[in-house]
Design a protein around this ligand. Structure first.
Ligand SMILES: [Zn+2]
Length: 258
């Protein structure tokens, strides 16, 4: 898409417009868009196959932080370009977990709480609904899509499950649009070529549980948190997000069969 038409049409903080596009993209794919929970006057939706599809699932989630719009838009862009993947794969999609935050361009929810430090809290009805969703089907791969205003390029935080790293090929694909973050330490972790890897010693002393760690502890599947740099052009960030997802889906298809 040309830059000018992208900028005219992106509406990246318009939750209703985002969900209208999702409703249209799932039509005819055998996927169902369903309410997951209510929050601050908005309905958060999940997207899953109407009929069971064989094999462990691919989990893709965006929009837990409302000021990181390339994640929500990148996931939608991927879906719009890959109808066959939508029709075939055992997907578990969460297009936007924090609509209030998205609309107000803010990290937290309507009470200023960071949802990504609350994924262990069953007493929060939103999290209870999310946990029931996230634990309902075994996962082979999980992706959570984020942005970081301190980033100097793209990077990925991989919670490594098997012997093999999953993130390098998707990172290379995304790096065709935005190069990897050159820093040797990112967010307090050792990094190389935009990749942070953790397989053991998942921190338990965090102020609260992120979505990725909660998923990893439950399923022990490769769990990737992908980050684009918020200060870069939105169009490129969206493209980088979409390419990263394409790379991860290619791994998923190879790993789990057609
Ligand atoms: Zn984030």
């Amino acid at each position: 898409m040309a830059t000018s038409s992208f900028l005219r049409s992106h509406r990246c903080h318009d939750y209703q417009a985002l969900m209208r596009r999702w409703r249209s993209v799932v039509k005819g794919t055998g996927l169902a868009l369903q309410p997951l929970f209510e929050t601050a006057g908005f309905t958060v939706h999940s997207i899953t196959p109407r009929r069971p599809r064989p094999g462990p699932a691919l989990y893709l989630a965006a929009g837990v932080h409302g000021d990181e719009p390339a994640g929500t838009l990148g996931l939608l862009d991927w879906a719009e370009r890959h109808p066959q993947a939508l029709a075939e794969l055992p997907l578990r999609l969460l297009p936007c977990l924090n609509p209030w935050g998205l609309i107000h361009n803010t990290r937290g929810d309507h009470r200023g709480l960071d949802l990504n430090r609350r994924f262990h809290l069953r007493r929060d009805p939103r999290i209870r609904a999310w946990q029931d969703f996230a634990r309902a089907e075994p996962l082979a791969l999980a992706l959570t899509l984020h942005e970081d205003y301190e980033a100097q390029g793209i990077y990925c935080y991989e919670l490594k499950a098997g012997r093999e790293l999953v993130a390098p090929p998707p990172l290379q694909r995304a790096a065709q649009v935005i190069g990897p973050d050159p820093r040797g330490r990112i967010d307090g972790h050792r990094a190389g070529n935009g990749l942070i890897v953790r397989s053991r010693g998942i921190p338990r002393n965090l102020p609260g549980m992120p979505e990725a760690i909660e998923l990893f502890q439950h399923w022990r599947c490769p769990t990737l948190t992908f980050e684009t740099p918020s200060e870069f052009s939105l169009e490129e960030r969206v493209q980088a997000q979409r390419r990263f997802i394409e790379g991860a889906v290619a791994w998923f298809r190879n790993r789990t069969g057609p």
